[in-house]
Design a protein around this ligand. Sequence first.
Ligand code: NGS
Length: 278
Amino acid sequence: VNDYLYKHVNPNLKLVNTKAECKYDDILHHTQLTQVREMKKMLNFTPKGIMNGSFAPEECNPAMSVAILVTYRNRQSQLDVFIPYIHTFLRKQNIHYKIYVIEQQDDKPWNKGLLYNIGAKQAIAEKFPCLILHDVDLLPLDHSNLYVCLNQPRHMSASIDKFRFVLIYNTLVGGVLAITSEHYKLLNGFSNRFLGWGGEDDDFASRISANKLDILRFPQHMARYTMLRHQQEPENSARYAIMLDGRRRAASDGLGSVAFASVGVRPQRLYTLITVRV
Ligand code: NGS
């Protein structure tokens, strides 16, 4: 971004004076600095107080219990950053939370909606009233971005460095989304039919509006995230066609109709792993 700024400065508009050039690095890289600070803390990371991916504050009664659902396949290096980072972040938020990593363990097309439905079923069976659907490549930068559910679904990652901290479209719910278990059930969860990258979140957004729910957001400066770089799953070329009859399908395709070859639940210290074969 800095290079971009310098290259595109119009020399004719420059003020002629003796002052030094303004520097933008500190401003532009502010979040990166935050990230570096957090990364340093991660190096000293200890799993104190965490069991099966779950943590509750000792000194007070948390107002909310939250299940963090992280869909995942084949990105070990990101998981290695995400898990200590998010525990470090969440342990300061005075909430009771539990992290579930839902891993698709086959080479079939990526089915994120199905993975979320399977994770949600487990979290709901364990009586979590609030679900936070979380991409493994997004790290929250602002401690004011509380990981709790509100009375309407809340899109938490409205401001991502990859998109220069701008919300790319109003109905976006992908990235990080907080939704009560009640609302998740009301919407019949995600469609299970989106195979490959893209569209399942937009289909979920249309379920939200079909059920007359809103999408809430905190102010941009509280909703900033940095995105870890990675290769994207292959695009789903059929996604627009599937979205077209989304509303008609919503009742028959979702949380109530998950189908899979096998599911296993394996508690580990830092997260509960749910393995899925589609
Ligand atoms: C839209 C996709 C969404 C996706 C969003 C942001 O175009 O699934 O981009 O993607 N919708 C369709 O493809 C229909 S991102 O660049 O953050 O990976 O979430």
